[in-house]
Structure formats: structure tokens, C-alpha cells
Design a protein around this ligand. Structure first.
Ligand code: ATP
Ligand code: MG
Ligand code: FE
Length: 352
């Protein structure tokens, strides 16, 4: 099916068009520049930007895909999780489009969309089930057992405080680096020694592992970095920014990869799928690939343009739902800022 997907859960207005598993276009307009001076995404600024970007983004996506609105078989939209006001703009646009075109509407889960990005990866061998998925973004850090993208996504664990991307953003701020912090820390870490400072690995002690085997915590790590810097400054020492950045990054990457591979081993699933904007981190990809190889597990990493928020993954997930015979959503759904990852589609019309 030819599907147009609309994604507005955060600061990216993403419009993507797919035909089945083939990606036709993926346009993204980000309001990041407007948020940068506030040091984080401002919800109302994001919502207003979506409103302005929506129409031009849809037109660009159609032009790039060389299709017309009338050609579409369905419209898809992110219904959550995310910023409520931002989500509402996309949902309003999607409902209007579906009703005016007389086409079915699929309201889908943003987090499962991040996993669906994998199936749009050009020239890749088809995704094999089950797979363990590690989703790391600005708002989420989740470990999933995916038996089927359209029917069965189990949440194994998630962060109990900050998301991994959020930790990068906060530590960057502590180091005086600009927002968003992920790429800045990556750059600052060049030439740094990842073993220079032993920062804590959250929820990794034997006593933590009983209850939180697959959960993450990055807030203690952030505080540890802040305290370490304060102590050095109090002692009049120069802050070795490259070493701090490299050591912090190593702590995050170590715990992410260790827990993901533990899930693979426990579940007897030697397959790991990575998703979310933090996958841009070079060290994370490197360590994941190396350690997975040691234990005979495979790692799938979609191209970066499909890892950060985008509309194509939303369209791709809807195309999978359609292919598996699922009914469209009714129009009776709103924005759910805390939609759990286990709810793959919302408001499916079970009556029809
Ligand atoms: P969510 O999907 O949970 O709603 P989001 O849309 O904000 O959140 P993404 O766009 O997937 O998340 O990712 C953005 C995050 O990725 C930011 O926190 C940013 O700092 C982080 N990030 C980007 N590049 C890197 C990098 N090279 N290393 C680490 N983190 C990075
Ligand atoms: Mg974003
Ligand atoms: Fe996202």
C-alpha cells in the first residue's frame, strides 16, 4: 500500500511516504534551532512550528515521492508518546487529510515506529523475529523483546529517570557545551581517554540487577560528572574536557550494551536491533558491534536518517499493519503523551 506518515511528537515535523517496505520520501523540518537557545525543546514553540511546517512538508514529500494525494491508500500518524500539543497538530492534520480524501487512517505508536525504521532500510535482509530492540532517544531508553512488530512488543525495561539522550544533553550543559549535547560530547571526546575516570554504571550492581536487570538510570551518572568537575575546580585543576566526555560516554555505552546483550542471552535471542537518535553515537555503534560479535549476536542499525524522528517510520509501521490485515483507526483518538510501547496501534475499528 501507498502510505503517507505524519510525525510530530517532538521538534521534528516528519512526513514520509512508503510503498509497502519501499521508502519513497522522507522529509524532515526541525525546529531545533528555535529551541537551542532555551537548552531544550519548548513544547509550545514546537507545536507552533509544526503548524507552519505541515503543509509545505507534505507538499515536498509528495513531490519527492512523485505521487499525488489521491494516489494514497492510507494516512498514518503518531498518536503518542510525545509532547501533547505537538502531537495534536499532526493528529489534526492527519484526520483532516484522511476524511477529505476518504482514505483510512492508522494511528500508531511512535516508539514502535522507531523499530519499524528497520524494515525500510534499503537492501537489507528482512528482519528476523524475535529480536531484542534497544531504543535510545532524547525522551526514551527502552529494552524490548519484539516477537512481531504488528502484534507483540514486550517491554523488558526502561530508564527509571533520565533518557540516554537527555543524559548527553545535561552533561554537555555541565561541560559548557551547546544543545543538543549528544553530537557535542561525541566531538569533545575525540582524543579523550575513556578509562581516565571510572564513572558509575547505573543499576548494574548485583543488588540492583534482581529488580532492575533491564532498567537504566542515568541521573546518578550525571550527578557524578557534576561532582567530579566541582571537586577538580575546587582543587584549582584544569578540567580535562576530552577525558571527561570520553569517560562519561563510555559509562553510558557500557551499560546500554551490557544490558541489551544480557537480554539477548537470557531470552536466547542472538539478534539486537538499535533505534533512536542516540544511535548517532559512534562509540555506541562500535561497542555494540564488537561485543555482539564476541557472543555471536547480530546487530541491525538503520541509517541515521531513519533513526531520528521521521514520518517514514510511521508510514512504514502502518504499511505493515495493513499488510497483516489490521483495520484502520476510528477518528475517536487523541494525543496520548504517555502511550505505552505495547500499544502498537490505537483506536483500531474492531466493529468493521
Ligand atoms: P523521543 O523519540 O524519545 O520522543 P527525541 O525525538 O528527542 O525523543 P531523537 O530525535 O531520536 O529523540 O534523538 C535526539 C537525542 O539524541 C538528543 O538527546 C541528542 O543529544 C541525542 N544524540 C544525537 N546525536 C548523538 C550522538 N552522536 N551521541 C549521543 N547522543 C546523540
Ligand atoms: Mg528530536
Ligand atoms: Fe523519537
Amino acid at each position: 500500500p501507498l502510505v503517507l506518515g505524519i510525525e510530530t511528537s517532538c521538534d521534528e515535523t516528519g512526513i514520509g511516504i512508503v510503498r509497502g517496505r519501499t521508502l519513497l520520501s522522507n522529509t524532515i523540518a526541525s525546529s531545533m534551532d528555535e529551541h537551542a537557545r532555551y537548552g531544550g525543546v519548548v513544547p509550545e514553540v514546537a507545536a507552533r512550528a509544526h503548524l507552519e511546517e505541515m503543509q509545505p512538508a507534505i507538499e515536498r514529500a509528495l513531490a519527492e515521492a512523485q505521487v499525488r494525494l489521491e494516489d494514497l491508500d492510507a494516512v498514518a500518524v503518531t498518536s503518542g508518546p510525545g509532547l501533547a500539543g505537538a502531537l495534536m497538530v499532526g493528529i489534526g492534520a492527519a484526520k483532516g487529510l484522511a476524511v477529505s480524501l476518504g482514505k483510512p487512517l492508522y494511528a500508531v505508536n511512535h516508539l514502535v515506529g522507531h523499530i519499524a525504521a528497520d524494515i525500510l532500510t534499503p537492501d537489507s535482509v528482512p528482519l528476523e523475529y524475535p529480536t531484542i530492540a534497544l531504543l535510545v532517544s532524547g525522551g526514551h531508553t527502552s529494552l524490548l523483546h519484539v516477537r512481531d512488530l504488528t502484534t507483540d512488543v514486550e517491554l523488558l525495561g526502561e530508564t527509571v529517570d533520565d533518557a540516554a539522550g537527555e543524559a548527553f544533553d545535561k552533561v554537555a550543559r555541565i561541560l559548557g557545551l551547546p544543545y543538543p549535547g549528544g553530537p557535542e560530547i561525541d566531538r569533545a571526546a575525540v582524543g579523550g581517554d575513556p578509562a581516565a575516570i571510572r564513572f558509575p554504571r547505573g543499576l548494574s550492581r548485583a543488588s540492583d540487577l534482581e529488580k532492575h536487570r533491564y532498567d537504566f538510570s542515568f541521573s546518578g551518572l550525571k550527578t557524578a560528572v557534576a561532582r567530579w568537575i566541582e571537586r577538580e575546580q575546587a582543587a584549582g585543576s584544569e578540567i580535562p574536557v576530552a577525558d571527561v566526555a570520553a569517560s562519561f560516554r563510555e559509562a553510558v555505552v557500557d551499560v546500554l550494551v551490557t544490558k541489551a546483550l544480557a537480554a539477548c542471552a537470557d531470552r536466547g535471542v542472538p539478534r539486537l536491533l538499535l533505534g533512536g537518535g542516540v544511535i548517532a553515537n559512534r562509540r555506541l555503534r562500535e561497542v555494540a558491534l564488537a561485543r555482539a560479535a564476541e557472543v555471536g549476536a547480530t546487530v541491525r542499525i538503520p541509517p541515521l536518517s531513519l533513526c531520528t524522528d521521521n514520518g517514514a517510520m510511521i508510514a512504514g509501521l502502518a504499511a505493515e499493519l495493513i499488510a497483516s490485515g489490521r483495520q484502520p483507526s476510528t477518528l475517536a483518538f487523541g494525543a496520548d503523551s504517555t502511550l505505552p510501547v505495547t500499544e502498537i496501534q490505537v483506536a483500531e475499528d474492531r466493529a468493521s
